[in-house]
Design a protein around this ligand. Structure first.
Ligand code: SF4
Length: 225
């Protein structure tokens, strides 16, 4: 979030300069929500995402600002919805339904479960959750474990996007990734043991010196999982 870039400001200053995030609503009164968690324990050389080195203080400020931003964005959204619906539907008290939530990054598997749980509670007060809500969190293999995956699941997460990137150790080193292949296998094992079987995975191809055979091996290993 833009608010996080100047940590010399007090929380009050940060909050007073908060601007609501943009949001738009589909015709059936439902919404999909994406949150970018911009912190990582190490910065990968190739990375073009918005990211910062993780620390708990910055994370706490981020969630403070996020709570305000969420409230402002949702207030604006309901105003928009009510303006549009005023002529067609008298039922402006109806809550908007969240169809999907996606937490990307950054490295959301570093997230404080307590702060995250509170934010999801805030969402629960502002929205209805669809019965078949798809709730995804991106995880990096080195920071996803039995404990945090179980807590994510308790909060409602039912889908993981695993940053596999490659099953080749040299490729992982080229990419500055922190995890090892065993970490990736462990995440899949732990997630399925918990009952999370809706899992997607990122692979990267086109690395310097990567051969077609290496890419085929990556695809083969992924299909094996
Ligand atoms: S973990 Fe992902 S977001 Fe973080 S620096 Fe590496 S590529 Fe970028």
């Amino acid at each position: 979030m833009r608010l996080m870039s100047d940590l010399s400001k007090s929380t009050e200053q940060l909050i007073s300069t908060a601007q609501p995030s943009r949001a738009s609503l589909s015709e059936d009164n439902s919404l999909s929500l994406y949150l970018h968690f911009p912190f990582c324990s190490k910065i990968c050389g190739y990375c073009d995402f918005h990211k910062e080195l993780f620390n708990r203080r910055k994370e706490a400020l981020y969630f403070q600002a996020l709570t305000i931003d969420t409230a402002l964005a949702v207030e604006e959204l309901y105003k928009q919805r009510n303006r549009i619906k005023k002529n067609t539907s008298p039922n402006t008290a109806q809550k908007i339904t969240l169809q999907s939530i996606y937490i990307g990054g950054g490295t959301p598997s570093l997230i404080s479960q307590e702060l995250f749980g509170r934010w999801v509670e805030q969402l629960g007060e502002l929205f209805d959750f669809a019965e078949d809500l798809e709730f995804t969190v991106e995880v990096n293999p080195e920071s996803a474990n039995q404990e945090n995956l179980a807590l994510f699941q308790k909060t409602g997460v039912n889908r993981l996007s695993v940053g596999v990137q490659s099953f080749n150790s040299k490729s992982l080193m080229t990419l500055d990734r922190r995890h090892k292949i065993e970490d990736t296998l462990r995440v899949f094992y732990v997630a399925r043991a918990l009952g999370i079987d809706n899992i997607s995975a990122d692979l990267i191809f086109g690395l310097p010196n990567q051969t077609l055979h290496q890419l085929e091996r990556d695809l083969y290993e992924l299909l094996e999982l």
